[in-house]
Design a binder for this molecule. Structure first.
Ligand code: HEM
Length: 265
């Protein structure tokens, strides 16, 4: 009968012996490192999350992986930056169509400590995210990463692209100045011309037949609660599929290509 080899039982490692009297004392850095390791161990012993973290972070990547593969992570960083700056803006912003919204933005820019900086990061960050998401989509398209078995991830990406555009559209109204007001009226009317769902969509966006105070609240709720929540969930699914399926090798590399010396090392 073949001998079965059982996996080693998960016995915790023995604790290090206490220091001998007179031994040199730990430096603050050593103490901090040890404290960090014990804290992570404490969480891992109760959750076993380290396996999942290792599965996600330590993956083999194909040969020829290059800077273009950083565009997805850059898009994710732009999303996170928008989320963080958005939380700080929400602490001061008021979705009040009777002048309160405009006034709260003026207050953020002129009175709040670093307000103009955070507002600027959020405003310019939205354009950065749109540029990055298009570049990332172009990378995956030109590298043929939309093909089997990554069609579902491409589909999730398309949903993320539409939601990113919806974020830009709903965010544009929030300062409630002349430009954002009239631009949004044009945008909502364009939505209304869509086949079948168009009129329902524009009614939904306006929160009624007329553009008014409730439109601003609706845009704000969609912008800061509904879409970011869906996007966070979809990004999670997108990354899970990236880790599960791995990334595509650049199309110019053939399996028969000789491995370069530095790749072997
Ligand atoms: C919020 C938006 C998005 C985020 C945060 C994001 C994030 C990522 C990350 C981190 C990767 C792995 C690294 C890389 O290849 O860059 C990736 C891969 C991928 N993404 Fe995205 N992505 C987003 C939008 C999109 C869009 C709009 C599409 C296409 C319509 C898309 C399609 C794909 C595909 C097909 C892969 C697999 C690439 C491969 O196998 O080589 N993603 N994404």
């Amino acid at each position: 009968m073949p001998k079965l080899k059982l996996p080693a039982p998960p016995i915790p490692l023995p604790k290090p012996l206490p220091k001998r009297p007179g031994a040199p004392r730990q430096t603050p850095v050593e103490t901090a490192t040890e404290a960090g390791i014990s804290a992570v161990d404490w969480v891992d012993e109760r959750t076993s999350l380290s396996g999942a973290a290792r599965w996600m972070m330590f993956r083999k990547v194909p040969r020829g992986t290059n800077w273009f593969y950083t565009l997805g992570s850059s898009t994710m960083f732009a999303f996170l930056s928008q989320a963080v700056t958005g939380v700080f803006l929400a602490m001061y912003y008021r979705p009040d169509a009777a002048g309160g919204a405009y006034e709260s933005i003026r207050y953020i820019n002129n009175e709040v400590f670093l307000g103009e900086f955070v507002h600027g990061m959020h405003k310019w960050g939205s354009s950065v995210m749109v540029i990055l998401i298009f570049l990332h989509m172009a990378r995956t398209f030109f590298f043929g990463a939309y093909k089997y078995p990554r069609e579902l991830n491409w589909g999730i990406g398309v949903a993320l692209l539409i939601l990113t555009m919806a974020m830009s559209f709903t965010g544009y109204l929030l300062p409630f100045d002349q430009r954002s007001y009239w631009a949004t009226i044009v945008g909502v009317n364009i939505n209304g011309t869509g086949p079948l769902v168009g009129p329902y969509l524009s009614d939904f966006l306006r929160a009624g037949p007329e553009f008014g105070a409730t439109t601003l609240s609706r845009f704000y709720a969609i912008h800061m609660l509904l879409i970011p929540g869906i996007m966070a969930a979809l990004i999670g699914a997108h990354l899970y599929l990236v880790a599960k399926l791995g990334t595509t090798a650049p199309p110019w590399l053939k399996p028969s290509d000789p491995v370069k010396k530095e790749e072997k090392a």
